[in-house]
Design a protein around this ligand. Structure first.
Ligand SMILES: NC(=O)CC[C@H](N)C(=O)O
Length: 389
């Protein structure tokens, strides 16, 4: 029997998603033909599939979106968080027949095929999510092909052969090869992106897989940003005499990123204002002497409540991480600033002896709420104080 979506989409291929535990899901291919493997994670954001797929932090992860209709607004030329898709694969419930958005230039399936990303639709993503939530994130594979028995065999084999993200250093695989300068500011309706012509601060950002909206939010607030390759080391930053250091988000396990951990330690010791987001937060914690752990299924979504423990305020945040800092290992010169109200895990801390702080979630949103945008203003204030000192 043909899968119901096959009638809607015309002549499309069968696809199978296999989890390492042996679970199989049959659906249809909506991307490139072929096979892909990675860690399967679920994201609960209701919007922002273009930003999610192009976020370099999803490298080697197959993303399933719990929101059931994905593709409705197509793909446009402005919402990419990087120039290409970084997720290893996409799993969705329903692909709409039509896309509708005034900015759309391409359909989701056309983008997936153009970028050679394997993707599957028409599966029970609710069931998949429950498995991942109960058993924890697990390795998986998507394989396309009309011989379902053969595809299932290959998918299972691939799922079980994926080594897992523990211990995987991926920041160096997605980082820029060359340093570059960034001045584009945030997007507004009618204008598009702006340009920072009169920067007050020079920020050096380490690119571990940086999302474009972070750079835009820094530029918007008066920064010229020099983006350095992940392995550039502290001296390369010091030579630029920056007002501030930014440690970016990025994929994989922070543990093996020793090049970044050493640089972060040295730059914080210099007393340069430092701000870390997500992988950058984890790297900052490791540089301070704390430890990180792999979470059961992580946080991936745009509706996670986080409490600012200093003010008591609760904010709704964007999240995307599978590792976390073990708060009990933070040394005495670090103070917890934010905790997750979902599971109590650490969401942010600051140095008491240096102008350095970091956040586990995504204050840049893209996608998600902007409740945490003031963290960028805090970074600007730290740089301003140092300039006036
Ligand atoms: N978005 C990120 O920077 C993710 C950080 C890290 N790769 C994790 O999964 O925890």
């Amino acid at each position: 029997m043909k899968h119901p979506l096959r009638h809607a989409l015309g002549d499309v291929q069968h696809a199978i998603l296999a989890l390492a535990d042996g679970t199989l899901f049959h659906g249809v291919s909506i991307g490139a033909a072929g096979a892909t493997s990675g860690e399967v994670v679920f994201n609960t954001a209701m919007t922002g599939y273009q930003e999610i797929l192009s976020d370099p932090s999803y490298s080697r992860q197959i993303v399933t979106l719990t929101y059931p209709h994905i593709g409705n607004t197509g793909i446009n030329s402005e919402d990419g968080e990087s120039p290409r898709i970084h997720a290893a694969g996409l799993v969705i419930k329903d692909l709409p027949l039509l896309q509708s958005n005034f900015r759309a230039t391409q359909s989701l399936p056309d983008w997936l095929r153009e970028q050679e990303i394997v993707a599957i639709a028409g599966i029970d993503t609710r069931k998949l999510t429950r498995i991942l939530r109960e058993k924890g994130a697990q390795n998986g594979a998507i394989v396309t092909g009309d011989d379902a028995v053969k595809a299932a065999e290959i998918a299972l084999e691939r799922a079980r052969a994926f080594p897992g993200l523990n211990g995987m250093d991926l920041a160096r695989t997605v980082t820029t090869k060359e340093a570059f300068e960034w001045c584009a500011t945030e997007w507004t309706l009618g204008r598009g992106f702006g340009h920072q012509h009169t920067p007050r601060f020079h920020v050096v950002a380490y690119d571990f897989g940086v999302k474009a909206n972070i750079l835009r939010m820094l530029a918007e607030r008066g920064c010229k940003v020099t983006v350095l390759p992940a392995e550039a080391g502290a001296q390369a930053a010091l030579a630029l005499q920056p007002d501030g250091i930014f440690l970016s988000n990025g994929p994989g396990d922070p543990g093996p990123c020793t090049y970044a951990i050493d640089a972060a330690r040295e730059l914080m010791d210099e007393g340069i204002p430092t701000f870390g987001i997500c992988l950058g937060h984890q790297i900052m914690a490791l540089a301070c002497g704390a430890r990180t752990v792999k979470m059961k299924f992580g946080h991936h979504g745009a509706n996670h409540p986080v409490q600012d423990v200093l003010s008591g305020e609760v904010m709704i945040t964007s999240q995307n991480h599978g590792f976390a800092v073990d708060a009990s290992t933070l040394p005495a010169n670090c103070k917890v600033t934010h905790v997750s109200l979902f599971d109590g895990s650490l969401q942010g801390f600051m140095r008491l002896d240096k102008p350095a702080f970091c956040f586990q979630g995504h204050p840049e949103a893209s996608p998600g709420p902007h409740d945490l945008a003031p963290l960028f203003d805090k970074f600007i204030s730290l740089m301003g104080e140092r300039q006036h000192a």
